[in-house]
Design a protein around this ligand. Structure first.
Ligand code: PMP
Length: 356
């Protein structure tokens, strides 16, 4: 009886706190972190947008929410519908979270070469995962085409198509760009980051260029094995993809719709070797206590190099895409570093962090 009396007391009342509205309300509004050591060393302000603080753990939460909202607005996705994507990484995780929060079914196609950890995580988040043979994009059995075909055959289903659906870049134009502009009081000399789909670079970069009336430079940072740096350097020649990188989620073999014509508005590009990116993972952990993945570390290396090119007194922003948690069995493993020939990339005094 007492329990029943207590239960009746729990009445719903207007929620007047400053709480955000569920998972989707928690996406974005991440802090901008002033990176002290590298700012001091370069005489610039180097700032990193802490995208690892998004509720799904990466910058891709913004894109995931953006493509789902866009599909809803266009009437492609209605209550009880299905979201389908081809992805092995952060976009799938972001989509799985957003789908649970909004009550959609989430179906993910990925190459069967991906780790069991990734498959397990997506399944734990409620997604249905189809690992399919890892074949080239030209092959109709490629995971992206399978995702598209699956969605086409199903009513009330959408293939979110993160590479070519510009709702991805739009999400950054509407959130990441304005946040960085506001957090730097509009005093931003340059923005630089790497691209996978191109959504972050083009969406954020376009906003910053418009808002600054062209005063904020926007640069691309590229890992080895990507064709974008040479595309920009050569004034638009697309070479074949060769080589590779230990970074994940970045590097590209083509001009996606999300990067689109923005590639022509870029002020320059830098290519960053894996040795420097891996060393920066360890350096930021040691000096700032920030635990980030290799794409974020590559971005910081690029921001430091750009600071040297532009000279002291500048403010340069980049993206800290995700945490190192998803890669720690590699990045902090002595055996893995050795196998990749990256052992010597880590300065002696930082080797203590490679505990696996
Ligand atoms: N870093 C990581 C870890 C990623 O997963 C991605 C997304 N592929 C990116 C950077 C690049 O973001 P975008 O797709 O917006 O270019």
């Amino acid at each position: 009886m007492f329990a029943a009396a207590l239960r009746t007391k729990v009445v719903s009342r207007a929620f007047t706190s400053r709480a955000v509205d569920g998972f989707t309300g928690a996406v974005g509004n991440t802090p901008l972190i002033h990176l002290k050591k590298w700012s001091e060393k370069t005489g610039c302000n180097i700032v990193g947008k802490a995208e690892f603080q998004n509720p799904g753990g990466s910058v891709k939460d913004r894109a995931a929410l953006g493509v789902v909202r866009d599909a809803e607005e266009r009437g492609l996705l209605r209550p009880g519908g299905t979201v389908v994507e081809g992805t092995a990484g952060n976009t799938g995780i972001g989509l799985a979270h957003v789908c649970r929060a909004k009550g959609y079914r989430c179906v993910i196609f990925m190459p069967n070469t991906q780790s069991q950890e990734k498959i397990d995580l997506l399944r734990m988040l409620g997604a249905e995962v189809f690992p399919v043979p890892a074949v080239a994009y030209e092959n109709p059995a490629n995971y992206n085409h399978q995702a598209r075909d699956f969605a086409t055959k199903l009513p009330n289903a959408v293939w979110t198509d993160q590479f070519d659906n510009t709702a991805n870049a739009k999400a950054h134009y509407l959130s990441t760009g304005p946040e960085i502009w506001e957090q730097t009081n509009g005093e931003l000399d340059a923005f630089i980051c790497a691209t996978g789909t191109g959504g972050t670079l083009a969406g954020t970069g376009k906003y910053l260029k418009e808002k600054s009336k062209g005063k904020t430079q926007v640069w691309l940072a590229d890992p080895p094995g990507s064709v974008l740096h040479s595309y920009i350097e050569s004034g638009g020649k697309l070479k074949d993809r060769s080589g590779g990188s230990i970074t994940e989620g970045i590097g590209q073999g083509r001009i996606t719709n999300n990067l689109g014509t923005f590639v022509k508005e870029l002020d320059g590009s830098l290519t960053i070797p894996d040795e420097k990116s891996v060393a920066m993972v360890y350096d930021l952990l040691d000096t700032e206590g920030i635990y980030i993945g290799a794409s974020s570390a590559l971005n910081v290396v690029a921001a430091v190099e750009l600071a040297k090119l532009l000279g002291p007194g500048k403010t340069i922003a980049t993206i800290l895409c995700d945490g190192a948690y998803r890669y720690q069995s590699r990045l902090f493993s002595k055996a893995w570093l050795k196998a990749k020939g990256l052992e010597d990339a880590i300065p002696e005094h930082l080797k203590k962090y490679a505990v696996l």
